[in-house]
Structures are given as structure tokens and as C-alpha cells.
Design a protein around this ligand. Structure first.
Ligand code: GLU
Length: 297
């Protein structure tokens, strides 16, 4: 299958057909209507259908979904941040997360239920990874859920997570989950197409990067440009941290645009969509140590 620019599709793309365990992350900005802040049910429905289809292809599927704070904020009629109102206090955020996470999960349960697909909710903090017993328990739960055929829906436990124990963004969280469950593919659904050599909104000469074979400093620097999203917390920078965790723990990672959710099954069919970061399994990679060090520098 040739690429749009005439190049042949790389073998790494062809190999995506044989992936067995996929973690998919979707961000808040992809789950709500920009104009109103209300939940985008049409988009969620398409997402759930795609995930159920991946499951039916024989893959283990885990969804990492943001959107709790945004859904809660909308439920209690707090205006979206971009409309100029003050940022939320910690207590407001945590209260909105408590309201919104339940709404989010109710919606997912309903939508997955339409395809007779069992789901489960897992809420995590940094301690889930750093603490050995917590990590072992969480990993066992993930494994058991997948053996049961369920699709776990994961988020950070925003209601209780304070600075000391927060991971802070779901790009990083999804890569941590991928590492914990030995996933072989992580897909970050985002509001941009993938990695560019520079910020494409300010530099018309920015070049799209199709494939990153090795995460060099040069690529890490490219990631410093942000996505411009004002809903979630992840920019390209957090996606590059996710890429470090995912590739070192043995998973390929793809960043692609959530505006077309058929991207999901097309990626696992080997189509050249988004930016792919090639796995580089590293036996010395210390996941708890890496996570413990986040935010500390
Ligand atoms: N956990 C947050 C939420 O559900 C989102 C974090 C993020 O956007 O990365 O609202």
C-alpha cells in the first residue's frame, strides 16, 4: 500500500496487523463539543464501536479516557476555562472529577452495552505504580479483567490525587498502563495529526514526521511545541514522555488525529496514519523509578 507521498509503507506498519494487546488513549478535547463543553456522544459512540471491533479481531483492549473534569464542569454549569473565567481551584477540580467520572463511566457502560461488551473502571494514582504491592495488585486486576474479556476504562483518580501522588496527564498514564500490562501497541488519539518538526501553527515549513525509529534528543526537542488544546492537560511534550515509557517497555506507539476514529482499525490494518514510534525494549527500564521521578526535576 503506497503512502500519499509515494513512499512505500514501512514494515513496522505492516507488523501492526499482528499486535495482540492495545491501549488507546483519548483526550478531553476529543470528547466534548468545543462550543458548549457538552459531551460529544456521537464521537464517543464511534470510539466505542471501533474498540469493540478491535476486541472482535481478537485483541485485548484497554481504554484510557480523560474527560472526567470536563464532564463534571459541564454538569454543574461551570464555564469552560477558555471563555475567560478563572482557573478552577483544586477542590473544584476534584469535585468536578467526582461528578464527571461517574457520568463518563455511565455513558461508556451504556455505549459498550450496546455491543454486549463488558467494561470495568480502573482509577489510578502515582502510588499505584510506585508502591510495589499496589502495582502488583493493579497488574493482576488488569490481567484478570482481560482474561474475563472485559475492556478496562482507565483514568487518573483525580478526586483524590494531589501534587504528590498525581501523574498529571493521561498521555503519561496511558503509557504507564501499556508498560504495566505488556501491551504491544499504544495509540494516542489527539487533536493533532502527529509529530511535526516544529509547531505547524506558527511555522509553515514544519515537516510531518511519519516514523521515529529512535527517540533522540532531536525528536524530544520537536515535541516541545504544544498542541494548543485548552481542554486537557497533554501537549506534545507529554506525548514524548509517553513515547519514552512505551517504547522502552516494548510497545510501538502511534499518535494520530481523533477527528476520524476509523483511524483506529486502519492503524492496526497497517495504514500509514499519524506518527509511529518504534519499540525499543529495554530490560533496564525501571518503570516505578521513572514514574517516581516525574514532576521532580
Ligand atoms: N484525568 C483528567 C480528566 O479526566 C484529564 C487528564 C488529561 O487531560 O490528560 O479530566
Amino acid at each position: 500500500m503506497p503512502r500519499k507521498d509515494g513512499f512505500a509503507v514501512s514494515s513496522i506498519r505492516e507488523e501492526l496487523r499482528f499486535k495482540k494487546r492495545i491501549v488507546v488513549k483519548i483526550g478531553s478535547s476529543s470528547l466534548q463539543h468545543k462550543e458548549t463543553g457538552g459531551m460529544d456522544y456521537a464521537r464517543m459512540e464511534l470510539l466505542v464501536r471501533e474498540l469493540c471491533d478491535l476486541k472482535n479481531r481478537g485483541m485485548d483492549v484497554i481504554l484510557v479516557s480523560s474527560g472526567a473534569i470536563a464532564a463534571g464542569r459541564n454538569a454543574v454549569h461551570l464555564k469552560p476555562h477558555r471563555s475567560g473565567c478563572a482557573a478552577m481551584t483544586m477542590a473544584e477540580k476534584q469535585a468536578c472529577a467526582a461528578i464527571g467520572q461517574a457520568r463518563l463511566m455511565m455513558t461508556y457502560q451504556k455505549l459498550f452495552g450496546e455491543y454486549n461488551q463488558t467494561t470495568a473502571q480502573i482509577l489510578m494514582t502515582k502510588n499505584t505504580i510506585v508502591d510495589t504491592m499496589n502495582r502488583t495488585n493493579a497488574t493482576n486486576t488488569f490481567t484478570e479483567l482481560m482474561d474475563m474479556g472485559a475492556i478496562p476504562v482507565v483514568n487518573e483518580n483525580d478526586t483524590i490525587a494531589t501534587y504528590e501522588i498525581e501523574i498529571g496527564d493521561n498521555d503519561t498514564l496511558s503509557a504507564i498502563v501499556a508498560a504495566m500490562v505488556n501491551a504491544d501497541l499504544l495509540v494516542l488519539l489527539s487533536d493533532i495529526d502527529g509529530l511535526y518538526s516544529d509547531d505547524p501553527r506558527t511555522n509553515p515549513d514544519a515537516v510531518f514526521i511519519h516514523q521515529v525509529d529512535e527517540l533522540t534528543e532531536e525528536y524530544m526537542d520537536m515535541g516541545k511545541a504544544s498542541t494548543g488544546s485548552n481542554v486537557g492537560t497533554g501537549g506534545m511534550n507529554t506525548k514524548m514522555i509517553a513515547a519514552q515509557i512505551a517504547t522502552r517497555s516494548g510497545a510501538d506507539m502511534v499518535i494520530c488525529n481523533s477527528n476520524d476514529l476509523t483511524n483506529l482499525h486502519r492503524i492496526v490494518e497497517g495504514e500509514e496514519i499519524g506518527t509511529i514510534f518504534a519499540a525499543h525494549p529495554d530490560d533496564t527500564f525501571d518503570l516505578p523509578g521513572f514514574v517516581d521521578g516525574l514532576h521532580r526535576s
